[in-house]
Design a protein around this ligand. Sequence first.
Ligand SMILES: [Zn+2]
Length: 280
Amino acid sequence: MNEKIPQANTGVIGGSSTFSLQFPEDLPSFKGRILERNLIFDTPFGESPPFILFTPDKEKEDNKIITCKMHGWRSGVRRGDASRQIFWVFKEAGVKNILAEGGVGAINHLLNPRDIVIPHDYMDFSLRKDVSLGSEYLLIMREALCPHLRKIFFKAAGNLSSRKVFDRGIYVNTEGRHFESPSEIDMFSQMKADVVGQSICPEVYLSREIGACYSGLYLVVNFAEGVVKDWEHEELKDIFYNEAPLIGEILLEALSFLFEDKSLKKECNCEDLRKKTLLT
Ligand SMILES: [Zn+2]
């Protein structure tokens, strides 16, 4: 157990698309340095998942990234608690930018497996109520997915792949752990959702609560039930194991833009969308 949480300006939340590799050290283009690994902290919401602290560029060690795997989910820990543990650590570390990734099902008929979606909005159909760290802020969920980080993700994904990359879309979050029924997907489709997954909430609320910008990059891993055709487990498995390096490289490329590309000057209102509560 580690006592002191190190400072890091950026957090990366690994999901199912990079689960099968060690991010970032397994990636050929990683030119940085692992500063610390297996960092586990005591939080008010239980023991945190293990984190890695690294710098993406040995020459610029001020840029520190803290990262954990699979949204912190592990057996015996409720998903809401896992999220709160991660974001409590991010808050204490002073994290101001958060990049997340994960797998999603396609609801929009235009999408195919292996397409990449960077959503601009979300709908929360999870049943979780424990979605706060306890701070007393009024959280405005307009532009909840940071336009600046979305732009960086879009540029990074376009640079590294010939995939179809969508710079907007609506992500509907369900409770899980099971997938959805065809009737549920039909309802979400009528509500204009494009993709379905289980991780964007409560991360999106917790980011706003700690005053950090947040964006997610999501790989389409299957068709949602009742959309286009029945998906096959073999293909899902193939995507799970074989697409991890690409998503990992996109994350590294996005980090390099975040720190180096001055043309992507930060243009977002994220910090202003957290106000002092009036309920005092
Ligand atoms: Zn922002």
